[in-house]
Ligand binder design. Structure first.
Ligand SMILES: [Zn+2]
Length: 366
């Protein structure tokens, strides 16, 4: 079963659990003649909504690439997460208002036994459901499932405050339900805001996790003939699709034929292991000679003077044209232009008979 079918299956379980809970509540509500319980049943049906959103979002995200969206529709999942985050936020705001109302206009609550039984059952079902959905969401890298699992989990917590409040009021005759509700609703709003921020960050384009980028770099560096991997750039099109590029350094005596074979090997192994489509660019490396080594030493030493320069790579000396090429990897937030200028002036002054081709690189993943 593929990832999207699994997500849909988990969501259907979520919908089914909420419908069963709603039916159970409606039945008890009608038998015991409690309007509050019947209304609570309606509320349960609306909880199934985040699962419906997840299913629709997953179906839309899973549509194949087409002419208009050649990178596929995977980013739909981020939008799904935004919608569910809003549902969680609204739930938080609603329970905040209810809690405030309970504090400002305290009513002597009358807890019936059937009501407490239903609340207890709902707490258990929702808690198990929430844990299950969230765990599956983490396994399947589905932000929407994690979000709706969180939603169900907080529903359980909110219901359990009713239970705790009822018990405390029965035993101690204190009415703490409003205060508990206030505390919980703050937690719900916080969780909703976090889900929202994560989803928005993915939409904006977040830095790819370091364990993935370093695994890719290690894999490329294992390829025979590769001296180093730089400028790894990865674009995400949803949780499942990544497209990117990297520069690899190879000895300058390699022929086009050898480079062709080498880059094909890298592309294939990266796709096989990570499912990532990688375009590979080439940096040539000089074979050692004292003149070149001296320039290289200066290039590196001058870079060390600036803490904002994270490193240099792509160093190559073209002797016949007296050209030196090198990339400066600059930290974000650094006054890049000014440092770049100073660096260029300094290194050119040390080797006036060479032309320096210096490229400013951004710290995408190094
Ligand atoms: Zn570079």
């Amino acid at each position: 079963m593929d990832r999207s079918s699994k997500i849909v299956r988990v969501s259907i379980i979520g919908i089914a659990a909420n419908i069963v809970l709603a039916a159970f509540k409606a039945a008890v509500g009608l038998i015991s003649g409690s309007i509050a319980i019947v209304l609570d049943a309606v509320n349960n049906l609306s909880d199934a909504f985040s699962s419906v959103v997840t299913i629709v979002g997953t179906k839309l995200a899973n549509r194949p690439a087409d002419r208009k969206h050649p990178y596929g529709h995977g980013r739909v999942e981020y939008i799904t997460s935004v919608i569910i985050a809003v549902i969680v936020l609204l739930a938080g705001v609603t329970s905040f208002r209810e809690a405030l109302d309970a504090i400002l206009h305290p009513e002597t609550a009358s807890y019936s036994v059937p009501m407490l039984i239903i609340v207890a059952a709902a707490v258990i079902v929702k808690f198990l459901l929430g844990r299950f959905v969230k765990k599956k969401g983490e396994e399947l890298h589905s932000e929407s499932l994690v979000a709706s699992g969180t939603d169900a989990f907080f529903d359980a917590v909110v219901s359990s405050t009713t239970l705790v409040g009822a018990l405390v009021s029965l035993i101690f005759h204190w009415n703490i339900e409003g205060w508990l509700g206030l505390l919980i609703s703050v937690l719900i709003v916080k969780a909703g805001a976090e889900i929202l921020m994560d989803a928005l960050s993915s939409i904006i384009g977040a830095r790819v996790e370091e364990d993935l980028t370093s695994a890719i770099r290690t894999k490329i560096n294992e390829t025979e003939g590769v001296l180093g991997t730089y400028d790894l750039i990865l674009h995400r099109y949803g949780p499942e699709k990544i497209i990117g590029s990297a520069h690899v350094e190879v000895p300058d005596e390699l022929t086009a034929r050898e480079i062709h074979i080498l880059t094909r090997k890298i592309t294939e192994s990266i796709f096989k292991e990570f499912g990532i489509i990688l375009t590979v660019g080439i940096y040539a490396a000089n074979s050692d000679n004292p003149v070149i080594s001296a320039i290289r030493r200066d290039v590196e030493t001058v870079a060390l003077k600036y803490p904002q320069i994270l490193g240099t790579h792509g160093f190559y000396v073209e002797e016949s044209e007296h050209r030196v090429s090198v990339d400066l990897l600059m930290d974000f937030g650094a006054d890049a232009k000014e440092i770049y200028q100073k660096y260029c002036e300094e290194i050119s002054a040390m080797h006036p008979d060479y032309h320096f081709d210096i490229i400013l690189d951004s710290d995408f993943s190094d």
